[in-house]
Design a protein around this ligand. Sequence first.
Ligand SMILES: Cc1cc2nc3c(=O)[nH]c(=O)nc-3n(C[C@H](O)[C@H](O)[C@H](O)COP(=O)(O)O)c2cc1C
Length: 182
Amino acid sequence: MRSFLFLLGSSRLDGNTETLARHAAAALPPDVRQRWLRLDDHPLPAFRDIRHSGDGVYPVPEGNERLLAEATLDATDLVIVSPLYWYSVSAATKLYLDYWSAWMRVPGYDFKARMAGKTTWAVTTISEEDESVADPLVGTLRRSAEYFGSWGGTLVGYANRPGDILHDTGALERAAAFFGAT
Ligand SMILES: Cc1cc2nc3c(=O)[nH]c(=O)nc-3n(C[C@H](O)[C@H](O)[C@H](O)COP(=O)(O)O)c2cc1C
């Protein structure tokens, strides 16, 4: 059974990016499981690179880190729902991605092999009317996804103030078809 994990990376509630993602999710068949996690509700500590100190092994995660790691491993599909912040993902989203490096090195997680079967998708909103401003965000997410597994694609909407996304009818139409014949 497909199981979609939506990771909300905005630093405000009820933002445009979440609204756009919810439109896309509404088109998923009812037998596809959906889980929604707001990264700000599960803050991660600063990431530490210990790959080359000691044995390079990361401890089994606890607390919020464990919740996010296990949610990631349990999903078949990861949907990164991040507004465009300075041409890239939000800080909370980037921190979550950095932890993929740690989870690859947690004994027993088999993270890299388990990620190989997953598809990662991106949903973003931008306030500049030129979709190419999102190229760095798309590159970051697509390349990271392909490092482990498959890339699903990007859904981009134009919006600035909360609610603006509801006026981007083109984006809402693309949202309805985004996950395709999943
Ligand atoms: C810190 C910050 C940086 C931003 N950087 C950009 C940017 O580089 N390009 C852009 O088009 N919009 C930028 N925006 C605007 C947001 O992408 C836009 O308002 C978006 O709809 C916010 O999504 P949300 O409502 O889901 O939080 C930025 C907003 C913030 C708060």
